[in-house]
Design a protein around this ligand. Structure first.
Ligand code: DP6
Length: 360
């Protein structure tokens, strides 16, 4: 059975109550996860930069119940206010992870969560949110099993986060994370993400990501629906092969500091993700006119200045502008002068590559 390594042996400790806080970042995929099988198994491997500024902070207060409940017992708060609309998502998550966290029905939990990025900015909070919650639950398990080693802690946190939201498994550590079985990556797994195990040139250190908020509206297609569209998609098999090949190509690109090679793979991945949505049934166009304006401006600026700015996209209209730290000044001027005008209410977020979640 999948995940047997993560079923704990009997707990050696007993804990009546406690409180734990984790701050966990979002991440931006360079090779995209798009398409999944049962139990949150990805259809193809992916790799991402962990972010720093965009993060969720979650505090879980827990109290042992007199006797184990029939159901899960928890209260939810978002930015200090009760948030019942999160309940179904958390319930689904608890159901998926209970086999691996047998203490879940023995406690009452108060889950208090807040995001560093503006509410409904169109930025996915599932990666940071689910990883923060998974880490809080792991910290509770560590109280119950103090001998747990840190490697196991991180792997299982990633494993649990994945069951909440696939991309969340790449948010536990940083700065580059790989998830999904890949023949050219020893140690890779469909069940959890690993730190990128190959050499990475210094030019990729502190890489910058300025997120342009083009459309802050509700997502037109939820990721669940989006992933589903890859079942029976006419180009799915080719796409999955392409993701494998791109991961292999990236190994040289990262090692050599080949920025042009990087740009080619990253932009192609972003456009392929959107091409998959445009060619599925039903079909969707998730880019907005301003998304395309920004892409064209980036291409013109890159040509004109010989810089290495490029873009990537999630399953939405917002644009992630990626560039090396050494080009920060000139690219940031360009963003302010030429791109911010395309953002909804002029809003954007300056982020940089980060090193994973932190216990507070
Ligand atoms: C386009 O991780 O949000 O951002 O597993 O259904 O929660 P679920 O999907 P999710 O999908 C993210 C898709 C993506 C690409 C990526 O992050 O790799």
């Amino acid at each position: 059975m999948i995940g047997t390594d993560f079923v704990p042996s009997a707990y050696s400790n007993s804990v009546a109550k406690g409180k734990i806080t984790w701050k966990s970042p979002s991440n931006i995929a360079l090779v995209k996860y798009w398409g999944k099988k049962e139990n949150q198994i990805p259809a193809n491997p992916s790799v991402s930069f962990t972010l720093d500024t965009c993060a969720t902070t979650t505090t879980v207060t827990y109290r042992k119940l007199e006797e184990e409940g029939k159901d899960y017992s928890f209260d939810l708060f978002f930015e200090g206010e009760p948030k019942e609309s999160f309940r179904p998502k958390i319930l689904t998550f608890f159901k998926r992870v209970e086999h691996y966290l047998p203490f879940l029905k023995s406690y009452h939990f108060t889950i208090d969560t807040s995001n560093s990025f503006p509410h409904s900015s169109g930025i996915a909070s599932s990666a940071s949110g689910m990883s923060a919650l998974a880490l809080c639950l792991m910290s509770i398990e560590k109280e119950l099993q103090p001998e747990m080693d840190p490697g196991h802690f991180n792997r299982k946190a990633s494993f649990l986060a994945r069951l909440g939201s696939g991309s969340a498994c790449r948010s536990i550590e940083g700065d580059l994370m790989q998830w999904g079985l890949h023949k050219d990556t020893q140690g890779s797994s469909n069940e959890y993400a690993i730190k990128y195990p190959f050499p990475v040139h210094d030019v990729f250190k502190n890489y910058q990501d300025t997120i342009l908020l083009v459309d802050k509206g509700q997502k037109q297609v939820s990721s669940t629906v989006g992933h589903d569209l890859m079942h029976g998609h006419p180009f799915a098999e080719q796409r999955f092969l392409q993701a494998h090949a791109n991961l292999t190509k990236l190994q040289d690109v990262f090692a050599q500091g080949d920025l042009n090679g990087f740009i080619e793979i990253v932009e192609s991945e972003a456009l392929t993700l959107h091409a998959m949505m445009m060619t599925s049934l039903p079909y969707f166009i998730l880019m907005k006119p301003h998304t395309l304006e920004i892409i064209n401006k980036i291409w013109a600026f890159r040509e004109r200045t010989n810089t290495h700015v490029c873009f990537t996209l999630d399953a939405g209209a917002n644009v992630h502008v990626l560039y090396p730290e050494s080009e920060q000044e000139i690219v940031y001027q360009f963003i302010k002068n030429e791109l911010v005008a395309y953002c909804e209410n002029g809003q954007y977020i300056c982020d940089t590559i980060g090193y994973g979640a932190k216990k507070m």
